[in-house]
Design a protein around this ligand. Structure first.
Ligand SMILES: Cc1ncc(COP(=O)(O)O)c(C=O)c1O
Length: 406
């Protein structure tokens, strides 16, 4: 089954394969089996290094922007609760799956995001595919940016609403389209930081358009939370205040280094979502250990800006270096930096990206290519984190120079 379909993907060089990483702690691998040509001190353990098939790489492909997935305070917080709550939640939140930690996290998220209430979900994907259908019906119309994340696209597909796609961050286009739709509930949905391009949605304009047209603004702040606005996200980055017609979603799985997602909004909206979000009602709750990790991660982000400062210093170092080398980084404004390789090796853009990614891999740099159907323009997507050292960033720049792409 699917043999021919798989063959076609192979021919187009679009076959995806999973390359799981190895456990990092020394006693889980045999050192003598490892490739010793890693360019940094081989013994060093760094959050920005990964092991795959016995080879060590500098990882430029992680959304763990603040390195919180391995933060010692977060790990201790998990250890403290694992003996109390065990592993699995055992049931959905509406049955017996929730704990007092789930409530504590929701209170913390609401305070962090400046909203009346919050609700946690098992992942950002689950959230978008549950909440978007829950807040819209056949009398609604959704306006969605053409580069919105796949989970938003799928959420829109599951919704009974009419769907209208506007050109990426094109506010004139959105204004034109929204004026034509009278008498329906209007919902404008956008990523705040676009996950493949790294640019930021023009939230001030979106805010004004929604205000003028009596529309709900739904923000996917997956890559803005912990990164923009001193960690509080895109609204704060633009100096905007939450209101009862803005719904902010965010994830714990990226800058917060944990897992799961949240909606922060008005109390009435949260009440409605508890009753209508199928991904909340019909799925087992997040384990309390994961919730405890998210609580601690939020506390760290709220109280210590040093990680966010390091993240942005690193981002600027890589971005300036790539610009100096003359690379096309699309419109990146954040730690997500795409690099569209020049047509140097082949006229085929996918082939080009595959070759460049492989060449970087030979230099122990892990930065996979992103290709159709995920994006239209094939690219290498670098994501830089607070955990990278300046030496690692300079090594990437030096390696790109050595590859003589220009
Ligand atoms: C913009 C955006 N929204 C939602 C998600 C889904 O989040 P999660 O990984 O928690 O399912 C992602 C993850 O890649 C994302 O980039």
């Amino acid at each position: 089954m699917f043999k021919e379909e798989i063959e076609k993907l192979i021919q187009k060089k679009l076959l995806r394969v999973i390359k799981d990483r190895n456990a990092y702690r020394e006693h889980f691998y045999k050192e003598d089996a490892l490739d010793k040509s890693f360019p940094f001190d081989f013994k060093s353990k760094s959050l920005s290094h990964i092991l795959i098939e016995g080879q060590k790489f500098v990882n430029f492909s992680s959304n763990d922007y603040l390195g919180l997935s391995h933060n010692q305070r977060v790990i201790e917080a998990v250890k403290e609760v694992i003996e109390i709550f065990g592993i699995g939640a055992g049931a959905s939140r509406l049955l017996s799956g929730g704990t007092e930690l789930h409530q504590e996290l929701e209170k913390k998220v609401a305070k962090f995001k400046g909203t009346e209430a919050a609700l946690i979900f098992n992942s950002g994907y689950t959230l978008n595919t549950s909440v978007i259908p829950a807040i819209s019906d056949e009398k609604s119309v959704i306006f969605s940016d053409e580069l919105n994340h796949a989970s938003i696209i799928d959420g829109c597909r599951l919704s009974a609403a009419k769907k209208i796609i506007y050109r990426h961050t094109d506010m004139n286009h959105l204004s034109e389209l929204i004026k034509k739709e009278e008498g329906r509930r209007k919902i404008v949905i956008t990523d705040t930081v676009f996950s493949m391009d790294g640019d930021i949605a023009p939230l001030k304009d979106l805010y004004n358009i929604c205000l003028e047209n009596d529309a709900i603004l739904y923000l996917d702040d997956a890559h803005g939370t912990g990164v923009l606005g001193n960690g509080r996200g895109a609204l704060y980055h633009f100096g905007l205040n939450p209101t009862n017609w803005i719904i902010q979603m965010g994830t714990f799985s990226k800058a917060l280094g944990s897992f799961g997602a949240f909606i922060a909004a008005d109390k009435e909206i949260i009440k409605w979502l508890i009753n209508k979000s199928r991904g909340l009602i019909f799925s087992t709750a997040l384990p309390a250990t994961i919730v405890a990790a998210s609580i601690k991660a939020l506390e760290i982000v709220e109280s210590d800006f040093s990680l966010i400062d390091s993240l942005w210093e690193n981002r600027q170092r890589l971005f300036n270096g790539l610009k100096k080398l003359g690379f096309n980084t699309l419109k990146s404004q954040t730690p997500i930096i795409p690099l569209v390789p020049p047509h140097l090796y082949s006229e085929d853009a996918v082939e080009n990206v595959n070759i460049l990614s492989e060449m970087l891999r030979k230099k122990h740099i892990y930065a996979p290519g992103i290709r159709p159907p995920t994006v239209k323009i094939p690219r290498i997507r670098f994501s830089v984190t607070a955990a990278h050292t300046s030496e690692e960033i300079d090594y990437l720049l030096k390696s790109l120079t050595e590859l003589k792409l220009r």
